[in-house]
Design a protein. Structure first.
Lengths: 118, 117
């Protein structure tokens, strides 16, 4: 079974600065997908960024980028130019590739609460 | 914007009562998930439907929980009888998957916060 670990229960950053959230995972699969989701106080789960394991290039979405280290099974999220609206719980998640009944199922980490201070 | 709609947003009930949570997936999506979020366990998958057929409900306590999709526009999650340990936020998510293809994005509803007293 896959496991996802987020070792930072809470993080804080000043507005406009950069912060990195850590995530490690354990799997025997060679191909899979990794995600970061954001959950603001409204409870809505919002997809931030997605990485396909067979792609060596790190995914980026505007101010959000990842550092994907497949051998180390590490998938960190970097938020540049932090904004007050980035304050939220951030979840790292793993998805197995197509095939079998578990396909499409997300396994989540425990989450990291990020607070952006003015 | 298309979105996943969950009702009710909040539910307070007494132990032993039946609870029904509803989810309207995004029109055209063929994959529906039910997740439960608690402080202790985080986000856990309860059930998973593809084209209305249950594919995986191994995460769901079978004695009291049941999940169904009466039609493509409605998914339900029932708890009977409810217990205080069922108190959590229950999320529904939907996505579109073609044969052998990844569900590109999962869209989550806003969740139902359940409190069982």
């Amino acid at each position: 079974a896959q496991t996802v670990t987020q070792s930072q229960p809470e993080m804080s950053v000043q507005e406009a600065e950069t912060v990195t959230l850590s995530c490690t995972y354990d799997t025997s699969e060679s191909n899979y997908y990794l995600f970061w989701y954001k959950q603001p106080p409204s409870r809505q789960m919002i997809l931030v960024i997605r990485q396909e394991a067979y792609k060596q290039q790190n995914a980026t979405e505007n101010r959000f980028s990842v550092n994907f280290q497949k051998a180390a099974k590490s998938f960190s999220l970097k938020i540049s130019d932090s904004q007050l609206g980035d304050t939220a719980m951030y979840f790292c998640a793993f998805m197995k590739p197509p095939g079998g009944t578990s396909y499409g199922k997300l396994t989540f980490g425990q989450g990291t609460i990020l607070t952006v201070h003015p | 914007d298309a979105r996943v709609t969950q009702t009710p947003r909040h539910k307070v009930t007494e132990m032993g009562q039946e609870v029904t949570m509803r989810c309207q997936p995004i029109l055209g999506h063929n994959t529906v998930f039910w997740y439960r979020q608690t402080m202790m366990q985080g986000l856990e998958l309860l059930a998973y439907f593809r084209n209305r057929a249950p594919l995986d409900d191994s995460g769901m306590p079978k004695d009291r929980f049941s999940a169904e999709m009466p039609d493509a526009t409605l998914a339900t999650l029932k708890i009977q009888p409810s217990e205080p340990r069922d108190s959590a936020v229950y999320f529904c998510a939907s996505g579109l998957a073609h044969s052998g293809q990844l569900v590109e994005k999962l869209f989550f509803g806003s969740g139902t916060q359940l409190s069982v007293l």
